[in-house]
Design a protein around this ligand. Structure first.
Ligand SMILES: [Zn+2]
Ligand SMILES: [Zn+2]
Length: 356
């Protein structure tokens, strides 16, 4: 958070010493955070990736020669940003975006946002996210997180390139490598999954593999319109599974956004939340603006049922990691005690709870 305030005071043309890659990354972050179309963001992330391995002198030479757009992945708007940054000025595009999107995402919930230590739900380009694992981790560090749980989808969700047991096993090695590379730094990328809740209440991954993870989010992604009794049995079946830690976006509703809207699933919410409370499963407050899940009435019911909560970004891009503010505002309005929100807990307490 501190970085944002530092940068947002600067206008176009003020001095910039962060270099071109930082400028491109910050622009991409702000566009994602501002919920702009991903194709706009791709250009900047692509240019940042192209420049990252290049020696500084080579970038400067391309600026001088006016040949930046000859570099693969660098288009006209990225080239302008690179040139301004190389010449030591705040790029105009960046200054404009700081003004538009650099402030807090919500007016409320800021004390709670400050109390959050991490995020239990995020996606990388291994499933349907837009960025590599390490970019998600770097951004989480910049946001001040102590931990981020990587929760790519499970095999059955083919549209989201859900991870087979074999790919998930491979991903666990990558997570270890990323943590090793980060060398502590007060941050840990945790191993996780957003596992599909199958029609019969089973979980869409082997128990052996689920056991190797740090945290498991389980969500319904199919047959959202199944009748209420069957849906209740399905959800409670999953909640009783001792591996399950977080019930993701419980109704599945969409209230806005380019995927259109849809009503939430029907189920006996009291029974489902009582099962969560009994089995120590946290009810997710999904921060995505198009989800706002659970709806307020259900959120209050879960509160009154004694449930734990997890305020999650469900980020599919680095900038979306900052969506947490939306969930915090809703949790604060519902008067939820911060100690019942598992991602206010230090990592050790979180891991002890998730692997009890
Ligand atoms: Zn989901
Ligand atoms: Zn998700």
């Amino acid at each position: 958070m501190s970085e944002e305030h530092g940068v947002s005071d600067r206008g176009a043309g003020d001095s910039w010493d962060g270099g071109p890659v930082a400028a491109l990354r910050r622009i991409a972050f702000l566009l994602e955070r501002g919920r702009e179309d991903t194709y706009k963001v791709k250009a900047f992330r692509g240019a940042a990736a192209a420049l990252l391995p290049m020696p500084e002198e080579q970038v400067e030479a391309a600026v001088e020669a006016g040949t930046l757009t000859d570099l693969p992945g660098v288009g006209a708007s990225s080239a302008r940003v690179i040139e301004e940054a190389v010449r030591g000025r705040v790029p105009e595009r960046l200054a404009r975006l700081e003004e538009e999107y650099g402030g807090p995402v919500t007016a409320g919930g800021q004390d709670l946002r400050a109390a959050l230590r991490g995020d239990l739900h995020s996606h990388s380009d291994w499933s349907d996210g837009g960025s590599p694992i390490e970019e998600m981790a770097f951004t989480a560090i910049e946001l001040g997180h102590e931990y981020l749980v990587l929760t790519d989808h499970s095999p059955r969700l083919k549209v989201a390139r859900g991870l087979s047991a074999e790919r998930l096993t491979r991903q666990l090695g990558v997570v270890d490598a990323v943590n090793e590379h980060l060398g502590g730094a007060g941050f840990t990328l945790l191993k996780g999954i957003e596992v599909d809740i199958l029609d019969d209440g089973g979980l869409d991954q082997t128990d052996e593999l689920l056991a190797r993870l740090d945290v498991r989010v389980a969500s319904v992604h199919s047959k959202l319109k199944m009748d209420a009794d069957a849906m209740t049995r399905r959800m409670v079946g999953a909640i009783r599974n001792p591996r399950m830690n977080v019930l993701g976006h419980c109704t599945g509703r969409l209230v806005t956004g380019n995927r259109g809207t849809r009503p939430g699933s029907q189920f006996d919410a009291r029974t489902v939340f009582e099962a969560c409370a009994e089995h120590d499963v946290a009810v997710e407050i999904n921060s995505r603006p198009e989800r706002r899940d659970p709806p307020t009435k259900l959120l209050e019911l879960a509160r009154d049922t004694g449930c734990l909560f997890s305020i999650d970004s469900d980020a599919h891009a680095p900038g979306q990691l900052d969506f947490l503010g939306y969930g915090c505002e809703r949790a604060e309005q519902a008067g939820i005690d911060p100690d019942r929100i598992v991602n206010t807990w230090p990592k050790d307490r979180l891991l002890a709870w998730a692997n009890r």
